[in-house]
Design a protein around this ligand. Structure first.
Ligand SMILES: Cc1cc2nc3c(=O)[nH]c(=O)nc-3n(C[C@H](O)[C@H](O)[C@H](O)COP(=O)(O)O)c2cc1C
Length: 187
C-alpha cells in the first residue's frame, strides 16, 4: 500500500487550512465518520465544522485551570455556536499528563505518563495531542473504540498534525493504534 503524507515545512497554525483540506479528502477515501480536534478557543473546531459539515466532530479543550486556576479557556460564544451545530466540547483532565504533572510539579522528576507524552512529542507536538485527545474523547463516551477516527492537533494554536487512529480507553492505552499520518510538520 502506498499513501501520501504531507510534511509541513514548519510547525504552527499557518498549516490549519491546508490540513483541513487534506483531512477532507482522506476521510472520503477511508469512509471515516468521526473526527476529534484539539481546539482550545473553539476556532479550529468551527473551521472544521464549516469545511467538513458531514462528520461527527468532537472538540476537546484544555482542562479548566490549565492557564489560570478555575478558568476555562474556550470562547463561550464559539462553544454555543458549536453546540447549536451539534458539536460537543469536552473539557477534562489531560490523558497524557493528568495527576502525574501535579506530582512532578511538586516533587520534581518525571512520571511514566509524562515520559510517554514527551516520546510522542519527538514526532511532533500535534502527534502527542492527537493520541491524547483520542483517549480523552473515547473515555468521555463521545467516540467508539472499534472504529477508525481522525484526530487533529497542533502546536499551541491552530493545527498541523492529523492521524488516523483506532482509539482506546486510558486503562488500555496500549491497544490504541495509529494507522496513518495524514500530515505533520517536518522539523
Ligand atoms: C488536551 C490538549 C492538550 C494539548 N497539548 C498540547 C501540547 O502538549 N503542546 C502543544 O503545542 N499544544 C497542545 N495543545 C494545543 C493543540 O494542539 C492545538 O494547537 C490547539 O488546541 C488549537 O486551538 P485553537 O483552535 O484555539 O487554535 C493541546 C490542546 C489540548 C486541547
Amino acid at each position: 500500500m502506498e499513501k501520501k503524507i504531507k510534511y509541513f515545512e514548519s510547525s504552527g497554525e499557518q498549516n490549519t487550512d491546508e490540513l483541513i483540506r487534506l483531512i477532507k479528502s482522506r476521510k472520503e477515501e477511508l469512509g471515516i465518520k468521526n473526527i476529534v480536534v484539539a481546539s482550545v478557543s473553539g476556532k479550529t473546531a468551527l473551521k472544521i465544522a464549516d469545511e467538513i459539515p458531514d462528520m461527527n466532530i468532537v472538540n476537546v479543550t484544555h482542562h479548566a485551570g490549565f492557564k489560570e486556576k478555575g478558568k476555562m479557556e474556550i470562547d463561550s460564544e464559539i462553544k454555543k455556536t458549536l453546540e447549536k451545530r451539534g458539536i460537543p466540547t469536552y473539557t477534562s483532565s489531560h490523558a497524557l499528563s493528568g495527576v502525574g504533572r501535579g506530582i512532578s510539579n511538586k516533587f520534581g522528576g518525571v512520571t511514566p505518563v509524562e515520559v510517554m507524552a514527551e516520546t510522542l512529542r519527538m514526532i511532533s507536538q500535534g502527534f502527542k495531542v492527537c493520541v491524547e485527545i483520542s483517549i480523552m474523547a473515547v473515555d468521555g463516551g463521545f467516540i467508539p473504540t472499534e472504529q477508525e477516527i481522525i484526530a487533529v492537533g497542533g502546536n499551541a494554536r491552530g493545527v498541523d498534525t492529523a492521524l488516523v487512529i483506532t482509539p482506546a480507553h486510558m486503562n488500555s492505552i496500549f491497544d490504541l493504534r495509529i494507522h496513518e499520518i495524514i500530515a505533520m510538520p517536518r522539523p
